[in-house]
Design a protein around this ligand. Structure first.
Ligand SMILES: [Zn+2]
Length: 336
């Protein structure tokens, strides 16, 4: 099984989040052709997760390799230049997926039937695939989950979480020639955002300082009207419980209302000896897959080229990754 050819064929099917139907059907067909038992798990319309095993329902998922096959837009097809495989999803995460299939295919040929595959939709927008996969688990589930995202073939030690908060300021509209008759929501929001800069954020010895981005801002009705409303959405990359951040920003509630939009916790990951390890500032599907076992994170490619206009992965790194997945799976099976 050639992981590069497999990755190219999958990259060439547009599976931008929301349009994963065709890629899911292709994956199921190819995995069955390789000799796996495949379950297609409906998520939404024709979007489905694909679960593959070469063992029985109970033992076939002792170690599960997983990643996602949806991609961010815009789609562009594969091409090879030197050691680089280009194309949307080459790095995040169809190259990873192909390396995982090659690894489990090799283990199966060696007679190892306790390793399964879980490929989900929707990771890039809300993780609906992972949530469905988690709800569907009956009984004990898997022992270990090796989730694939671009880590430059290093094991993850921990990943940051997310907290999205909306800051909402309200004021009173007035003609801008008599500003004293109104109350500017925009001014209140600006004051809150300036105050936010001076707040000391929670920190963690491993993950570092919580940081944030004011990603969206909106307010006002016209140039000559004192603004009656304004809001900003702030995304924190958290290193501890989201409630620590909520406590830190509580003083802002003197100026604005704070609305909780979304929260994903930071995660501590299992490691095995013999691999480089690092912390990663992004979040993954792992927080949504607790029923799939103790999590590890590992994959070829760099997060710095994921989501870019010329996304690529090193073919040497992708090929090496499939060997690393075999080694990782064997190390975990030895602990069972
Ligand atoms: Zn990804």
């Amino acid at each position: 099984m050639d992981p590069v050819a497999f990755a190219r064929a999958l990259i060439d099917i547009d599976s931008t989040t929301g349009r994963e139907g065709e890629a899911g059907r292709w994956l199921s067909r190819e995995l069955r052709r390789l000799g796996f038992s495949v379950i297609e798990q409906p998520v939404d319309g024709d979007r489905r997760n694909v679960i593959a095993t070469s063992g029985t329902e109970t033992t076939g998922h002792t170690v599960v390799l997983s990643t996602h096959f949806d991609c961010v837009p815009p789609f562009f097809p594969s091409r090879i230049e030197g050691d680089r495989l280009y194309g949307r999803g080459s790095c995040d995460a169809k190259g990873i997926l192909a390396a995982q299939v090659a690894a489990v295919d090799r283990l199966r040929r060696e007679g190892e039937r306790r390793v399964g595959l879980l490929f989900v939709v929707g990771e890039e927008r809300g993780s609906d695939g992972a949530k469905t996969a988690n709800e569907a688990v009956r009984g004990a589930g898997a022992r270990f989950l090796i989730n694939g995202e671009p880590t430059d073939n290093r094991l993850g030690l921990a990943t940051r979480g997310i907290l999205r908060l909306k800051l909402r300021a309200s004021g009173r509209a007035a003609h801008s020639s008599f500003p004293e008759l109104g109350e500017s929501a925009i001014d209140k929001l600006i004051d809150a955002l300036v105050e936010l800069r001076s707040i000391t954020m929670p920190a963690d010895p491993m993950l570092g300082q919580t940081h944030y981005t004011v990603g969206l801002i909106d307010g006002g009705v016209a140039p000559n009207v004192v603004s009656p409303s304004a809001e900003a959405e702030v995304m924190f990359r958290t290193t501890s419980s989201a409630s620590d951040v909520r406590a830190a920003v509580a003083p802002l509630e003197q100026r604005v209302a704070i609305e909780h939009v979304l929260e994903v916790p930071p995660v501590r990951l299992k490691t095995v000896p013999g691999f480089d390890a690092a912390v990663f500032p992004y979040t993954t599907d792992i927080p949504f897959l607790p029923a799939w076992g103790e999590p590890l994170l590992f994959g070829p490619g760099s997060i710095h080229v994921a989501h870019t206009a010329d996304e690529w992965v090193s073919i040497a790194e992708l090929t090496a990754a499939s060997q690393h997945y075999v080694t990782l799976a064997k190390a975990l099976l030895a602990q069972v």
